[in-house]
Design a protein around this ligand. Structure first.
Ligand code: NAP
Length: 474
C-alpha cells in the first residue's frame, strides 16, 4: 500500500511521511497496543469480551510485545512474596464480574478454587498471580505478537490530517524483516524502567532489584559473605529477606535514610484513593489539590513495606541478636556515600547521617532497590510527539479517557496506560484499576470510530461510568 498521497504542502516537517512508505499488511486495525504487560492484557480481555457479541462492529486489535513471551516483573518473583492488591482487582472482575478471564475463573479452571477459598487469602502469591496472567495471555495469543520491538509510531496523512499511524516493528535477528502495521488508535503501555542513582552502573555484582531473582540464581552463594541492599521500599525489604535466605553464609546490610521501614497504608479509607470514583475526582481536581492528595497518600505505594514483612525482618534481627549470630543488619538513618566497584563486588562507604561517621563494607553483592521511573511514552512518536499537547511541566495532556490531547490535525488516537499519574492519580502505575481503565479506553476508541473528530481535547468523552464499553448494536 502506498504511503501518503494527500497534499502535504504546508504541513510541519515532522508530519511528512515519504510517499513510498511500504506497509506490510493491508489490515487497518482499530487499535494497536504497544507493550503487553497487565494493562494492555486487560485491554485485550475487554476487546475479546466486546467482540464476542459485537458482530460487524467488532474491534480489530493487535498487541505488540518486545519479550519472547508474556512476563511481568519476572525478576522479582521472589518465592513466598504475595500480591499487594486484592485478587478481585484482576484483569476483568471490577469491569465485568461475570468475566471468565477473572482470577476466580482461573482458579476454577486449574482446580484450585476450593483450596483457595479455604486459604482465606485476599492477596495470593505473586507467583500464582503471574501464572494467572500467563493463563489469560495464553488464551489471547491470537491478538499478540511477541518478539516484536516497536521502534516508531509514524503518522499516516490524508488531506493534511493524521488519520492513522503506522506502527513499525524492528527487524528480528532470525531474519524476519521490519514490519509495519496500520492502526487508527495506538495504546502505549511501555511500563516502568529500573532507576539507579546517578553515577551507579550495573555490573556482575552490582544489581537493580528488578533482576534480583535471576542475578541471585547466577551467583555461587559460597562467594557471598557480605551483601548490601540500598532502599527502604517493598522491593528493598523483599531483597533483604531474599538475600538473607538465599545466601545463608552472608551478612546482609540494609541501608536507607529513614529511621525504620515504613508500613504501607492499606487501610480501607486510604485504599479508596485507588477507586474508579477517585480517578474521576482526581482528574477534575485543581493542580494544587492533586499535589496535596498525592502527598497525603504516597505512603499507600511508594517507599513503604508490607507490615507483616517488617515484623518478620525485625523478628529475625532480634532472634539473631539473642542467639549471638547476627547476619541481618538494618543500617537506618544512613546513606551510601560512595561506591567503588571491584571485579567481584564493590567497596561501599556507608555514612550514618546523625553523626556523619562513615564505615566501609567490602561487599560481594550490592542490590539497588531504588525504584522505577516511567519512561516518556511519547518518545516512540519521534518528531510527531510535538503534536501532542503538554502541560506547563512538560507532561502530556491526557483526557479522562486516557487519550492524549493533540493538535487539531491529528484525528487518530494516542492512548496512554500507566504514565498518567499526573492526571489520573496514584493508581496509574498499579494493577488496582486496570480492568476499569481498559473498558474506558475501549469505550473511547468505539466512540471515536467513524467520527470525523480531528484532535482529542482533554474533554473528550469518557467511557461508561463503570468502564464498560458501549453495548454493541444488536
Ligand atoms: P519505591 O517504593 O519507589 O522505593 C524506592 C526506594 O529507593 C525508597 O526507599 C527510596 O528512598 C530509595 N531511593 C530512591 N533513590 C535513591 C537513591 N538515589 N539513593 C538511595 N536510595 C534511593 O520502589 P519499589 O520498592 O521498587 O516499589 C515500586 C512498586 O513496586 C511499589 O508499588 C511496590 O508496592 C511494588 N512492589 C510490589 C511487590 C509485591 O507485590 N510483592 C514487590 C516489590 C515492589 P526514599 O524514600 O528515601 O526516597
Amino acid at each position: 500500500m502506498a504511503g501518503l498521497d494527500g497534499p502535504q504542502s504546508g504541513l510541519p516537517a515532522f508530519l511528512l511521511v515519504p510517499t513510498d512508505t511500504k506497509v506490510a499488511e493491508t489490515t487497518v486495525y482499530d487499535l494497536i497496543g504497544v507493550g503487553f504487560g497487565p494493562s494492555n492484557l486487560a485491554l485485550a480481555v475487554a476487546v475479546e469480551e466486546y467482540n464476542a457479541s459485537a458482530g460487524p462492529r467488532r474491534v480489530e486489535a493487535m498487541f505488540l510485545e518486545n519479550q519472547p513471551e508474556f512476563g511481568w516483573h519476572r525478576g522479582m518473583l521472589v518465592d513466598g512474596a504475595t500480591m499487594q492488591v486484592s485478587f478481585l482487582k484482576d484483569l476483568a472482575t471490577v469491569r465485568n464480574p461475570t468475566s471468565d478471564f477473572s482470577f476466580v475463573s482461573y482458579l476454577h479452571g486449574t482446580g484450585r478454587l476450593i483450596d483457595f477459598i479455604n486459604h482465606k487469602a485476599l492477596f495470593p502469591l505473586r507467583a500464582q498471580f503471574h501464572a494467572y496472567l500467563e493463563w489469560a495471555a495464553g488464551r489471547l495469543g491470537h491478538l499478540v505478537r511477541y518478539d516484536a520491538r516497536v521502534i516508531a509510531v509514524e503518522p499516516v496523512l490524508a488531506d493534511g490530517h493524521v488519520t492513522a499511524f503506522d506502527v513499525v516493528v524492528a527487524p528480528r535477528e532470525d531474519g524476519e524483516p521490519e514490519r509495519r502495521h496500520r492502526t487508527r488508535n495506538v495504546v502505549l503501555a511501555p511500563g516502568l524502567s529500573p532507576r539507579l542513582p546517578d553515577g551507579v552502573t550495573r555490573s556482575e555484582r552490582v544489581w537493580h532489584s528488578a533482576t534480583l531473582v535471576p542475578d541471585v540464581a547466577a551467583t555461587d552463594p559460597t562467594t557471598v559473605r557480605t551483601a548490601v541492599v540500598v532502599g527502604s521500599g517493598q522491593s528493598a525489604a523483599e531483597a533483604a529477606d531474599y538475600l538473607h535466605r538465599r545466601f545463608p553464609g552472608a551478612e546482609v546490610h540494609a541501608v536507607f535514610a529513614r529511621y525504620g521501614y515504613a508500613p504501607a497504608d492499606d487501610s480501607p479509607f486510604a485504599n479508596r484513593i485507588f477507586d474508579p470514583e477517585a480517578v474521576d475526582q482526581y482528574f477534575e481536581a485543581p493542580e494544587d489539590v492533586k499535589q496535596l492528595l498525592t502527598a497525603y497518600h504516597r505512603n499507600t505505594n511508594y517507599s513503604v513495606v508490607d507490615g507483616d514483612l517488617i515484623t518478620d525482618l525485625y523478628r529475625r534481627v532480634y532472634e539473631e541478636d539473642v542467639l549471638g549470630e547476627r547476619r541481618l543488619f538494618i543500617r537506618h538513618a544512613s546513606r551510601v556515600a560512595e561506591i567503588r566497584a571491584r571485579r567481584e563486588g564493590a567497596d561501599v562507604d556507608i555514612e550514618f547521617l546523625p553523626t556523619g561517621k562513615t564505615e566501609t563494607l567490602a561487599a560481594d553483592v550490592v542490590v539497588y532497590a531504588t525504584g522505577y521511573r516511567p519512561g516518556d511514552a511519547l518518545t516512540l512518536l519521534a518528531g510527531e510527539a510535538d503534536a501532542c499537547l503538554r502541560d506547563t511541566t512538560g507532561q502530556p495532556r491526557v483526557g479522562r479517557d486516557y487519550r492524549v490531547a493533540t493538535e487539531q490535525h491529528v484525528g487518530a488516537g494516542i492512548y496512554l496506560q500507566g504514565a498518567t499519574e499526573h492526571t489520573h492519580g496514584l493508581g496509574s502505575t498499579l494493577l488496582s484499576n486496570i480492568a476499569v481503565r481498559a473498558g474506558e479506553i475501549l469505550a473511547s476508541v468505539c466512540e471515536h470510530r467513524g467520527s470525523p473528530a480531528l484532535g482529542a481535547g482533554v474533554d473528550a468523552p469518557s467511557g461508561d461510568r463503570d468502564g464498560r464499553p458501549p453495548a454493541p448494536l444488536a
